[in-house]
Design a protein around this ligand. Structure first.
Ligand SMILES: [Fe+2]
Ligand SMILES: [Fe+2]
Length: 144
């Protein structure tokens, strides 16, 4: 059965793969960066609109920290957008983005998703999966 917790883990794997690709294939960096940015924005928005809202009462500190981490990731995407693609500073920002994303995903997987698995029923997990997909679709219209 479709499940929001599995969906989030799959998104994390996809984004980790995109980061690897981006570092390994500098020649097609432009198109891969656009894909990475789009996936990240859809993922962060969908989390904020679904699972973060749902867990806010149970783990407010962790959710607050996660939102701050999303905002740091958004800030770094903005820096990459305004730096000429591929120059040294750009590569430096990409390194910062990568470690911010990795720390954030590790934290979510170690705490947030485990907590979610304790709290949410199978039906919740299915319904939130549907909602998560819908929110990604909404965000897809605004990202490019
Ligand atoms: Fe997140
Ligand atoms: Fe996430």
């Amino acid at each position: 059965m479709a499940d929001i917790i599995e969906m989030i883990r799959e998104d994390h794997s996809l984004i980790r793969r995109l980061l690897d690709d981006l570092e390994r294939h500098p020649d097609v960096r432009d198109i891969r960066y656009i894909t990475l940015k789009r996936e990240l924005q859809m993922h962060m928005h969908a989390e904020e609109a679904t699972i973060y809202q749902r867990l806010l009462i149970d783990i407010p500190d962790a959710i607050g920290r996660s939102i701050e981490e999303h905002n740091r990731i958004r800030l770094l995407l903005g820096k990459l957008d305004t730096t000429p693609l591929g120059n040294e500073v750009w590569t430096q920002h990409l390194g910062e983005l990568r470690s911010s994303i990795e720390d954030h995903f590790d934290g979510e997987e170690d705490l947030l998703l485990k907590r979610a698995a304790d709290i949410l029923s199978q039906v919740d997990r299915y319904e939130m999966y549907e909602q998560f997909q819908m929110e990604k679709g909404v965000m897809a219209q605004y990202t490019r």
